[in-house]
Design a protein around this ligand. Structure first.
Ligand code: ADP
Ligand code: MG
Length: 381
């Protein structure tokens, strides 16, 4: 993916309104017919056609005329809408280099309006798991391409809710700042994923911190489920930070013990094989960990009452664990052209004040990579 500075900086009001109208139209159309986009955007005669032409040039929309003349957002178009909303909220002023390519995300450095570097994670569900993609497609039937955007949005909402609860409760996770659509804005962690570390000054201390973190989460009712060297960052002082929360489950989950043991085992195996460290202590046990937990501290219960609802979780589960989950609810897609037409957010139409968007690069996580200031050329206005 390549973020283009010019599209963020120079998009016309008409193009932006057309992009928003297309997004709304995709709630119940995979390919949105031009008259529907026109009806939602309500631009002067011919405005939408010209705007769509401009959006096509910027690769923010895709034209499809197999069945009828229509358009859909590209992932770049969706990125644009999320980033622009963050800019309009005053949370982001410029987008810089790409710092991470995860299994199902792209992570970029951004600048906030004070000029401080933060991180934005753009979720991209369906990027890697073809089996899951197939299962999901069977389940969602006609709701195909927008469903990917929809699921990415759910993953971001879940990640934000969990990161917020964990951060508020003193866990070593990035500070959540904002989220919009499939994007989560969080503090930038100056640390390296464990998988890229060749040796650690105090490997025993890092191992212990990691296992204490795993058990502390379980005592608060949570299993990370992807607790491994890719999602544990370690800094120069050998302190760890945990990232990547969309797959977390409650300790009440039917497979929680198995998932907890798998997390513990993957850490133990990594420390043994890559760092040559074998702990004298046994890995923590799930039942013993829960036996010492206080129910009143349970975060899983608080989270289930948060903004991230069970129906959203069900939809995500079908994607993440197609073989285990019996889903009872489908995502709601009940908006008509007339009802959505009023909901284009005029606030999102304020002009952008971003600097340049640096060209995206594949993550090398190299500590010698240039700082964001070197990549983001223009100052925020
Ligand atoms: P995925 O779900 O795709 O695995 P992750 O959340 O694990 O995504 O992020 C992918 C990579 O991006 C990480 O391995 C890490 O290198 C980088 N990254 C993610 N969040 C941050 C952050 N807050 N600060 C610094 N780097 C980050
Ligand atoms: Mg990850």
């Amino acid at each position: 993916m390549k973020l283009d500075a010019n599209s963020l900086r120079y998009m016309s009001k008409e193009e932006y309104r057309t992009l928003q109208a297309l997004e709304l139209g995709q709630r119940n159309h995979e390919i949105v017919p031009v008259p529907l986009i026109d009806g939602i955007a309500k631009l002067r005669h011919g405005g939408v056609v010209n705007a769509l032409r401009g959006l096509m040039r910027q690769k923010l929309v895709h034209h499809d005329n197999q069945k009828y003349d229509g358009y859909r957002l590209t992932s770049l178009g969706y990125d644009f809408l999320a980033l622009k909303a963050l800019v309009n909220r005053g949370a982001v002023s410029a987008v810089g280099r790409q710092i991470g390519v995860g299994k199902e995300s792209d992570v970029f450095e951004v600048l906030d309006t004070k000029g401080e570097a933060q991180a934005v994670k753009l979720h991209r569900l369906g990027r890697t798991s073809f089996r899951a993609v197939k299962a999901k497609r069977d389940y969602l039937q006609h709701r195909t391409s927008f469903s990917w955007l929809y699921l990415s949005r759910l993953a971001a909402a879940k990640e934000y809710a969990f990161m917020k609860a964990l951060h508020e409760n003193g866990f070593p996770v990035p500070r959540p700042l904002e989220h919009n659509r499939h994007a989560v804005l969080m503090s930038l962690i100056d640390a390296t994923p464990l998988c890229q570390v060749q040796a650690l000054q105090d490997v025993g201390r890092v191992y212990n911190q990691t296992m204490v973190l795993l058990t502390s989460l379980a005592k608060r009712g949570l299993v990370h489920c992807d607790f491994n060297e890719f999602n544990i960052l370690v800094d120069e002082a050998c302190n760890i930070t945990l990232i990547d929360f969309p797959q977390m489950v409650s300790t009440a989950h039917v497979n929680a013990e198995e998932l907890f043991d798998r997390d513990a085992e993957s850490v133990r195996r990594f420390f043994g094989s890559k760092l040559g460290y074998v702990s004298p202590a046994d890995p923590p046990g799930f039942k013993a960990t829960l036996a010492s937990a206080n129910q009143a501290d349970a975060l899983d219960i608080k989270l289930s009452a948060s903004g991230f609802k069970q129906g959203d979780q069900d939809a995500l589960d079908v994607y993440m664990k197609p073989q285990q989950v019996h889903c009872t609810s489908t995502p709601s897609a009940s908006s008509s052209a007339s009802s959505v037409s009023d909901s284009i957010d005029e606030d999102e139409g304020r002009s952008l004040t971003t600097g340049h968007v640096g060209s995206a690069q594949v993550c090398d996580n190299n500590p010698d990579s240039p700082a964001i200031g070197a990549v983001v050329a223009g100052p925020a206005a």
